[in-house]
Design a protein around this ligand. Structure first.
Ligand code: GLU
Length: 459
């Protein structure tokens, strides 16, 4: 049975690198009809925050990456870690180390002076008697041989044990350390496949040694290449939105973000658009690229527009309603959001932009002097005519509205555009909107008449 996990440390937001790791891990579990687990690695008490835990949970929920088990919190498992530390001490797989800070510091300095890699020298490894005083617990890493594993993405990797020192598994206050808790959890949660960023690749041989010391079979590993900024440099804050929820605020749909993320490091021919069902079917860890993937913001916008146009309307409506609320636009009085999506998705790339550009459908407009100046006096009689006809129009519908506009322009000897743009300004307050007939239909008769009257009544 395939069992995967996403194991973020809650020391910041869920960023897109983490989201991609979660997605790959989730997809693989779904594909294999396995189990996906969420585990919060919050043992670093100084850097972990409840806000960050919440941000991770929110991000996962928004992306709809559901987990079958968890969230498990490492801070709630300290008793279990203590138990395993005791077990390892008892069977001689770990030992107490009483070395003082000063000794370790001097050792380190001497090694650096000798151009050696700083590492613990095993001083306490062979002590036969327990001493008094504070101690840490170290893992007895094998002194010889190699650790070899077949990474599903990187292929065979080999590390010499002489490169690995006896890492601390419990600090002097008894708290467990990172590489150790990961192994205990991966064992207890029966993880079959560890999918994580390749920044962890050097931890893997240490973890495999701990697995073996505990007489457990290590899982399969898949280390994902990093994500680079669009400039090819390592991803950082400079590259704009990095947290998943910031993408939401910018008006990206989760389906678009998932589709974008999956392609950062995996492909299927040159297919760009994938439904979730397709991904579950097609995705495979073996197919993940070894090379780092670079962000491509234009691609994300393109995908987003695709999902705004063709995605699940009910879902897009919910997201759009969220954006409207963010912008304090009350959408109770005005066209249904589904109509806004149909009208605006052709000319907007994000839901945020769509919401910003749709205020005039729901709220009174303010015509700036600059806009007002674009409606010339000669046009006003034609605007008045249009208004009168609209007032009497029996069926409030865009083709009928269109006919009125065409007829009025013809009568006034104007090109349609020459009349349409001032009317657009009059009814929307700006120069950008969906086709005017549709815009008028959606704004609704009462508001349109009032806005047009304002123009010619003021003269
Ligand atoms: N907690 C680690 C991190 O956030 C991930 C550990 C793992 O996946 O093994 O980088």
């Amino acid at each position: 049975m395939v069992r995967t996990r996403f194991a973020p440390s809650p020391t910041g937001y869920l960023h897109i690198g983490g989201a991609r790791t979660a997605l790959y891990s989730w997809l693989y579990a779904r594909k294999m009809k396995g189990i996906f687990i969420l585990r919060i690695e919050d043992t670093d008490l100084e850097r972990s925050t409840p806000e960050s835990v919440q941000a991770i949970l929110d991000g996962m929920a928004w992306l709809n990456l559901d987990y079958d088990e968890g969230p498990f919190y490492q801070t709630k498992r300290f008793d279990r870690y203590r138990e395993v530390v005791a077990e390892m001490l008892a069977k001689g797989a770990a030992y107490r180390c009483y070395c003082s800070k000063e000794r370790l510091e001097a050792l380190r300095e001497a090694q650096i002076a000798n151009k050696e890699k700083p590492r613990y020298d095993g001083h306490c490894r062979h002590l036969t008697q327990a001493s008094d005083g504070p101690f840490v617990v170290r893992f007895k890493n094998p002194e010889q041989g190699v650790v070899e594993f077949d990474d599903l993405i990187r292929g065979k990797l080999t590390f010499a044990n002489t490169e690995l020192d006896d890492l601390i598994i419990a600090r002097s206050d008894g708290t467990p350390t990172y590489n150790f808790t990961v192994v205990v959890d991966d064992i207890d949660m029966e993880i079959s496949h560890v999918v994580r960023g390749d920044d962890h690749i050097n931890n893997t041989p240490r973890q495999i040694n701990i697995f073996r010391a505990l007489e457990k079979t290590p899982p399969h590993y898949a280390h994902l290449p990093m994500i680079l900024g669009s400039d090819g440099k390592r991803l950082s804050k400079r590259h704009g939105a990095a947290s998943v929820m910031q993408y939401r605020e910018e008006g990206i749909l989760p389906q678009a973000l998932l589709n974008y993320l999956v392609r950062l490091g995996w492909s299927h021919g040159d297919q760009e658009i994938f439904s979730m069902e397709e991904l579950i079917q097609l995705f495979d860890l073996h197919g993940v690229n070894r090379a780092p993937a670079a962000l491509n913001p234009e691609k994300l916008l393109w995908l987003n527009q695709h999902y705004m146009k063709h995605g699940d309307v009910a879902f897009t409506m919910k997201e759009l309603a969220w954006h409207m609320a963010q912008l304090n636009i009350n959408t109770n009085d005005g066209p249904p959001l589904a109509d806004i999506i149909a009208a605006q998705s052709e000319r907007t790339k994000t839901l945020r932009e769509m919401a910003e550009r749709s205020r005039f459908f729901y709220e009174e407009i303010v015509l700036s002097d600059e806009m007002r100046a674009q409606i010339s006096v000669e046009i006003i009689p034609a605007i008045q005519k249009v208004c009168e006809k609209l007032e009497k129009l029996s069926e409030w519908e865009k083709t009928k509205i269109h006919e009125i506009l065409v007829a009025a322009a013809e009568e006034a000897g104007l090109k349609l555009g020459k009349l349409a743009q001032p009317i657009r300004i009059a009814v929307t307050g700006g120069t950008i909107s969906p086709p005017l007939d549709l815009t008028i239909q959606l704004i609704g008769r009462e508001r349109v008449i009032k806005r047009l009257q304002k123009i010619f009544k003021q003269g």
